[in-house]
Design a protein around this ligand. Structure first.
Ligand code: SF4
Length: 313
């Protein structure tokens, strides 16, 4: 059994990208140190602030909520509440929701649940069953972003904290490169600018790999739902996850290098691609940069309606 690189205790984990063996104590400290540093970097608290935490019931968002409560929960100038969006994915989100709601109650957290079928009129399961061309993740991502922004704003949030980890951010960056979407690269969180109607997002876990968050949650006994979304293998993300995983195995530190690069490039790109002017969507009133003044959510809702109309005999 290897010893911890920082003390004489037995190590429980080997961190390949920095060559350290860590015991339970120093591993927990290693995770929390990076979380606090990233939180300080992304969140400047000036006066009273309300933080909406996007919680799905999975390991990342449950860990994020626990860490935010631990670090900021006692401060009088900070209020933290959870927002859970139920996309209507049977056998997945319903199970995660039960675990999350139980934890919210036990931890004494103010929370709000938004159900997509009430907010946009459709569930992801329904969209997946009728639209065989578009990926369910497209519906899920667009509807969920719309719902979480709306709910956070309605409950007076100043900022939305999301549980995106190092792997998520590296995958998103690679996806944006592959699709040539420069504007999306600039728009993607963590947000370094504020736009009217859009609550800025922070990603305090973005320097911590997914497997370390999993281990941290297990060691601290943070409850979370282990299951995988039934649509997870259908999205592009699964491909990019695999590519980055294989590269990380060959060259430990690849994900960190990608995310560091992404942050530097984003600061330069923003000068050439400043934030687009947002206008209210003509249908729902939510902010959009679309030239037709119709937001992505309303375009997808219209797509589902037109599929329904075409099926009426
Ligand atoms: Fe939504 Fe796709 Fe994630 Fe499932 S895998 S929760 S459908 S984005």
């Amino acid at each position: 059994m290897a010893k911890c690189s920082k003390c004489s205790r037995d190590a429980i984990v080997y961190i390949r990208y920095n060559g350290q063996y860590l015991c339970r104590y120093h591993f927990i400290e290693f995770v929390e140190r990076r979380f606090k540093r990233e939180l300080r970097r992304q969140l400047r608290i000036r006066g009273h602030i309300r933080i909406a935490v996007g919680v799905s019931g999975g390991k990342d968002s449950m860990t994020l909520l626990r860490l935010l409560l631990d670090v900021l929960g006692e401060r009088r100038d900070v209020e933290i509440f959870a927002v859970l969006i139920d996309e209507g994915i049977a056998g997945y989100r319903d199970k995660a929701r039960i675990i999350a709601e139980k934890a919210f109650t036990e931890w004494g957290v103010e929370y709000y649940v938004g159900e997509l079928h009430k907010i946009v009129g459709y569930t992801v399961d329904y969209a997946a069953s009728v639209d065989k061309e578009l990926n369910p993740c497209t519906y899920c991502g667009v509807f969920r972003r719309h719902a979480i922004n709306r709910m956070a704003r309605e409950h007076d949030a100043d900022v939305i904290a999301m549980g995106h980890n190092l792997d998520d951010v590296a995958q998103t960056f690679l996806m944006n490169i592959m699709t040539g979407d420069v504007r999306r690269t600039v728009r993607t969180g963590p947000h370094i600018f504020v736009q009217e109607g859009l609550i800025p997002r922070i990603y305090p876990l973005m320097r911590i790999p997914e497997n370390e968050i999993f281990l941290y949650a297990m060691l601290r006994g943070i409850p979370f739902y282990h299951g995988e979304c039934p649509y997870a293998s259908e999205g592009d993300r699964a491909f990019y996850r695999d590519v980055i995983y294989r590269r990380e195995q060959m060259r430990p530190g690849t994900r960190h290098a990608m995310v560091n690069y992404y942050e530097k490039v984003k600061k330069c790109l923003i000068k050439c691609y400043p934030p687009e002017k947002l206008v209210p969507c003509e249908i729902c009133g939510e902010p959009t940069s679309s030239e037709e003044r119709i937001c992505q959510k309303c375009k997808l809702v219209e797509r589902l309606r037109s599929i329904e109309r075409s099926r009426v005999p």
